[in-house]
Each structure stands twice: as structure tokens, then as C-alpha cells.
Design a protein around this ligand. Sequence first.
Ligand code: FE2
Length: 401
Amino acid sequence: MITTFYMPTRIVAGAGALATVGMLARELKMTRVLVVSDPVISAQPFHADALAALAEAGMAVARFDECGIDARCSHIDAQGERVRREGIDGVVCIGGGSVMCTGKGTAIVATNHKPMRDCTGVGRFDRRALPMIMVPTTAGSGSEVSQWTIVKDEERHLKLLGGGPLSFPDAAILDAVTLRSLPMHVAALPAVDALTHGVEAYVSAIGSALTDAVALEAVRLQYRSLRASINSDDERARQDNLVASCMANVACGNARLGHGHALSLPMEGHLDLPHPIGVGVLLPQVIAFNLAVLPDKVRPLAEALEVDPAGLTRDETIAACAANIRALYADIGFPDRFTPDQVPPGRVREMAERAVPGLYAGIAAATFDHTTVGDRTVIACPSARKMTVRQAQTMLETCLA
Ligand SMILES: [Fe+2]
């Protein structure tokens, strides 16, 4: 199998890194920048510091602070139009995943002159996005080093993914100062998402020694630092979380994502389930399902999840991996089941059927007729073990409260 490993984003990490944003903008030949954020982040002192650094570097600054929980096609299309109208030549995103996806989508539509909806799918646009600098304020999505943007098409109740080599961010700034204002219950959500990125990259059938090495170290660093970063003010642990989240996305950007993301996507679109809850609750099941066909990967992943495999059979080791994930969830206040409000039991089969096109189908998912699939239809997914609709249904049922 031929594999590629591509990571063109410059990563600037460490305490004080945020102060380099102006210098980076200048190096990227930006002169007028759109700073994308949300109402909470834009009120933080570090946001003001970033704006000051951009102004000091000679940037004219326009702002869009209206991002919400999801990156919305309507926001992206409007901001893309604005960028062209106002002659803006760079995008700086300061926020979590939805902020970075909104800014990335804006940078894509601004140069490609078509709506975001038509840019979803794999490589569906042919002009380089505007230069982008990403400043993540949660340790989670990894969008700062990802070519992909995940957007919500509000009209069709769909979550869609779009991107290609032309939409990698140019620079990512990882500075734990941006995590300081984050309440514990908020911080846990993206951190668990990041953990799933590392694991799903590691159990992908299209990974390589390169992606395995990065994914495994991302899981190890994330698992080791999560409790301290969420339950205390440990700045070192938070910086480790930021770096681990970034690494997980470097891995999954190349090895792609697996069953947790494929099964969560329709629940996010049709049931409004938050992304980290969807993928995080599924994670212990996803680990067990895939490790069953990856005997050589059981021990390394177990050790990354702080399981001591000595004296355990392979099946016991796999079970211990899932148990350690659940123990972590208990300690950081993350759920390990879907409530009936989140995923009504009567809609589980439908959600399993709607997962069939997979994460990377783009707008083609909009016309997919889920009623045509049967128990043995396989879900499009690069994970090591193929999963049928029936198996997906069982997995979802196991995750119900
Ligand atoms: Fe994710």
C-alpha cells in the first residue's frame, strides 16, 4: 500500500507563543486580516493581546465574533463575500473547533467564489484558500493543523466535511494562556474528541509507521495530562493537552478517522448531539471493536492508556483499555452513555443506516436514501475492521443509558 504523510502547517508552541501572531501574519504577507472568534473568547484578555500584536505588526483588523456551537454555512458564505468586498487577505481564527472551521471555510469560499455547501467533500475546490493563522482556545478539535472544515448545513440538518491540500492552515499557535478561561466541564469535551482522533488514527487501515508513531504519542500524552489539566490549574498539563490534540490531528489528517466519527455524524446532524459526546461515548466500543483484528497493536495502545498488560490475556487487555477510558471519563466529568434525550432508542437503527456514506462523502450524503440499506451493508470507513449496519446498531444500543 502506498501512503503519504503531509503536514505543511507551521506549529509554534509554548508559553508566550501568542505574541508571535503579528510576526507570523507579516511573514504570510497579510495586510488586512479578518479575526474570527466567538462572543466569549472575544471578551478575554488574551484576545485583546492578539489584536494588539496584529495592530503592532501593521495589520488592519476586521472582526467576526458571532460564531456559535457549529460552523454554519450561512456565516461562512456571508464572511467569504465580506472578505472579497473589503479586500481582506488573511484570516486569523481565535477559538475552538467551530471558530476555526468557520474561519477556514471563509478562507476557502473567499478564493473559490462558490458557497461552502459546494466546497464540501474531498478536494471539491481548486484555488488555495486565503492564508490562515489558527489560535486554538480548546485542546481538542485539532482543526488548527487540519485541511478539513466541518460545517453545519442548517437547511438540510446535515453536518458536512470539506477540504483538501489547498485548505491547510499556514500556521498554528499553541499557547496554554488561551485555555485559562475555560470552565472544567467545557474543557473536557474537546479533550475527549482529541483522544478519539488519536485512537481512530491508530486503528485505521490506511495508516503508516509515521501516523502510528504520532497517534500513539498523542494518545499517551493526552491520557497522561488530561486529569491534571481539567481538574487543576496545571499550566504544563494544559500545554501538553494542546500539543497532544495537535498531534492527534496530524495523525488523523493522514490516517483519517474511524467508526466513532462515522457513527456520530448523523446523530450530530439529525439529533443535534454535540460532536465530542457522540465520538467520546462511542470510543471504548470503537477501541474494542477494532483491536479485535489488530493483535500487534493491542499492547502499545494499552500502554499508552496506562494499562499494565502483564498477566492479562489479549481480550482482558482490550477490556482494560475500555475500562481505563471510562475511568478517565468519571474523573473528568464526561458521560459514558447517551441519554434518551440525546439519542432516542427508537431512532438508533435509522442513525446506523444514515452512517453508511461515512465521514468523507460530503454533499453526496444529502441525497443518500438510508432506507435502501440492509443489516449487512458496510459503513464507509477507513478503520481496520469493517462494520455493518447491524453491528453499528448494536454498538449504538450498547451506548444507551
Ligand atoms: Fe472529532
